[in-house]
Design a protein around this ligand. Structure first.
Ligand SMILES: NC(=O)C1=CN([C@@H]2O[C@H](COP(=O)(O)OP(=O)(O)OC[C@H]3O[C@@H](n4cnc5c(N)ncnc54)[C@H](O)[C@@H]3O)[C@@H](O)[C@H]2O)C=CC1
Ligand SMILES: O=C(O)C(=O)COP(=O)(O)O
Length: 400
């Protein structure tokens, strides 16, 4: 039976999906692990379930080879996984691209309103015995401009919600996007920075988005504006943001993600933003609602089970996508290979030599990786599977 390991408190709905498929060998960890502990925990696993904090880098992937068949990110972001390394190891990676988007969007709107009204600072003052009843520095959201960097699934929802409370919405994205409602694309980032009263970031993590908000771009932001980051910690240069907050060029900020995040509940956050007034710091909970976590558990677990049972890779983020659920023969061979000429011919010759008639076959390639699912009318025994594995182009082969 497939050995499954879950990290970071994945919702029980995922376990229920696996159980319905007869897969019950699940080890769970409530937090992310250190690199050393992770390497030990993933050994021998066929399926890994992680969220945003488990770093599946080359070393962790290597530790899980050759048993590892698939990784499920029970979240949206997949920058914590070495996606290329996983593909080269024949391991498709899945995620949940939509299930927590509304949760993030709602939090961002709430934070925009709270920061415009300076609520974090005022609440703190009341807790400490001060009754500063003043309108100074407090504004309505209505009529203000919301600038969105990254107008994807989350950014566009934030825009729609913002319009419903009377905000004007402008967005900047690398790709052409359909503006929803009255939102307007702004191809010039510096113009957007200069116009936005509230700036919110919804780009993916990774090298392409590192420090988009830095000393330079902060200077271009409208004086007295607000910054919200619920994307990835690396998108904002935190020291530069601190300077901008201390000088009051930026009036407030909400940060849900950080360049280095604590791995468990007992580890405090280390950040130069701690203690600054009108700054909301949250423990990466943008997508953490009861609704979203339950849905994500089901969505990703179903993708993993489908892959384990049928080889279907629809929705994989790093892998050739093959949607192929109904087996048409007696056995099914999943073959991941280097994408080079002659692979299919030699695979099919090998099956022919073993009198395994092909009932149906589908192939897809992505980058240097090819993936072929073959249904045959006979039994693929251990000898045949071993022969396929020994072919020079084979990365991984399994029978389901
Ligand atoms: N705080 C939290 O708990 C959560 C954080 N996230 C983060 O939010 C990110 C965005 O999520 P989605 O909206 O679902 O992703 P998405 O893929 O739908 O949208 C991202 C958008 O950013 C754009 N983009 C990429 N690089 C850019 C750049 N340099 N400048 C401008 N635009 C750029 C893309 O073209 C795309 O339209 C995720 O990748 C994840 O890192 C997601 C869910 C929860
Ligand atoms: O979905 C994402 O990308 C998130 O950042 C949420 O991550 P989490 O599942 O809360 O670790």
């Amino acid at each position: 039976m497939a050995k499954i390991v879950f990290f970071e408190n994945i919702h029980p709905s995922a376990r229920a999906v696996f159980a319905r498929a007869g897969l019950t060998d699940i080890t769970t960890y409530n937090s992310a692990l250190s690199p050393e502990a992770l390497i030990e925990a993933v050994r021998g696993a066929e399926v890994l379930g992680i969220r945003s904090r488990t770093q599946m880098d080359r070393a962790a992937l290597a530790a899980a080879a050759p048993s590892l068949r698939t990784v499920g990110c029970f979240c949206i972001g997949t920058n914590q996984v070495d996606l290329k390394g996983a593909a080269e190891q024949g391991v498709p990676v899945f995620n949940a691209p939509f299930s927590n988007t509304r949760s993030v969007a709602e939090l961002v709107i709430a934070e925009a309103i709270l920061l415009l009204r300076r609520v974090p600072e005022k609440s703190d003052r009341v807790h400490h015995g001060h009754w500063d009843k003043t309108a100074t520095g407090a504004y309505e959201a209505r009529g203000k401009t919301l600038g969105i960097i990254g107008y994807g699934n989350i950014g566009s929802q934030v825009g729609t919600l913002a319009e419903s409370i009377g905000m004007r919405v402008i967005f900047h994205d690398l790709e052409a996007k359909l503006p929803l409602g009255n939102a307007r694309a702004q191809p010039d980032l510096s113009v957007l920075l200069g116009e936005a009263d509230v700036l919110t970031l919804h780009v993916p993590g990774g090298r392409g988005t590192e420090n988009i908000i830095n000393a330079d771009t902060l200077k271009q932001m409208k004086p007295g504006s607000i910054l919200i980051n619920a994307s990835r910690g690396g998108v904002v240069d935190i020291d530069a943001l601190r300077d901008a907050l201390v000088s009051k060029h930026i009036a407030g900020a909400a940060l849900d993600v950080f360049p280095v995040e604590p791995k468990s509940v007992d580890e405090p956050l280390a950040s130069p933003l701690i203690g600054l007034p009108n700054v909301i710091l949250t423990p990466h909970i943008g997508g953490s609602t009861m609704e979203s976590q339950e849905n994500i558990g089901i969505e990703v677990a179903e993708k993993l089970v489908r892959f384990i049972q049928t080889g279907t890779t629809k929705g994989a983020v790093n892998f050739p996508e093959l949607s192929y659920e109904d087996a048409e023969g007696a056995a099914r061979l999943l073959h991941v290979h280097r994408n080079e000429p002659g692979v299919l011919a030699s695979l099919n010759n090998l099956l022919a030599e073993r009198k395994l008639n092909i009932v149906s076959q589908r192939l897809h390639t992505k980058g240097g990786i090819g993936y072929v699912i073959t249904d045959v009318d006979g039994n693929i025994d251990a000898g045949a599977l071993e022969a396929v594995r020994k072919q020079s182009s084979t990365i991984r082969a399994d029978v389901v």
